[in-house]
Write a protein that binds this ligand. Structure first.
Ligand SMILES: Nc1ncnc2c1ncn2[C@@H]1O[C@H](COP(=O)(O)OP(=O)(O)OP(=O)(O)O)[C@@H](O)[C@H]1O
Ligand SMILES: [Mg+2]
Length: 183
């Protein structure tokens, strides 16, 4: 469950201040797929970043599964973020790591054992249909395949919430359909 209360985000100060999110209130129920639609510059990415607090809201609350993220200190926030998977607008993969290594990253941060991590990564690669591409580097993958790796990485820690910021931008209709089905 995600609840936003009076969420406001202002970039800049004084005369150059721009209000991107203006007093938003809404909830997303468990199991619900909630889409935010708007033109370029409308604030969709800003909203996604405020929901996992990669950007700090100027005011208002972000409550995820009963926890008010805006009140947490950095350490507690890091823990809370593990329950929120994020697929970024540009895939955000590390170019010097293979698909499998990119997916394994969040598991490594958590100190999951090598054996467990290998098993989970294999499951995730299978889930996104990329078992045969485990050892490919991002530049050896198509845009749609890179997005699939991004989705697998976002799912690695079995998050309760999945945020997806235009996971299909720049993809052809067929890839778009298959990514949407995967999500
Ligand atoms: N770090 C920042 N500092 C200042 N302004 C910013 C910052 N990030 C975004 N903005 C501004 O906030 C507005 C919303 O940007 P945002 O990236 O959220 O739009 P978007 O809806 O995701 O657009 P797109 O569809 O092009 O991805 C834009 O006008 C942008 O210039
Ligand atoms: Mg955006």
């Amino acid at each position: 469950m995600i609840t936003l209360e009076k969420l406001t985000k202002v970039y800049g100060h004084g005369a150059s201040a721009v209000t991107v999110l203006d007093d938003l209130d809404f909830s997303v129920a468990p199991g619900e797929i909630f889409a935010v639609v708007g033109p370029s510059g409308a604030g969709k990415s800003t909203l996604a970043q405020c929901v996992n607090l990669l950007e700090r809201p100027t005011s208002g609350s972000v409550i995820v599964n009963g926890e008010n993220l805006t009140e947490l200190n950095e350490a507690d926030l890091r823990t809370a973020r593990r329950r929120i998977g994020t697929v970024f607008q540009s895939d955000g993969l590390f170019s010097r790591r293979t698909a499998a290594q990119n997916i394994a990253l969040p598991l490594g941060y958590l100190g999951v054992t090598k054996v467990e991590s290998k098993k989970r990564v294999a499951e995730l690669l299978d889930r996104v249909g990329l078992s045969s591409r485990a050892d490919y580097y991002p530049h050896q993958l198509s845009g749609g395949q890179r997005q699939r790796v991004g989705i697998a990485r976002a799912l690695a820690l079995r998050p309760a919430v999945l945020l997806s910021d235009e996971a299909t931008s720049g993809l052809d209709p067929e890839s778009t359909a298959s990514i949407t089905a995967l999500l």
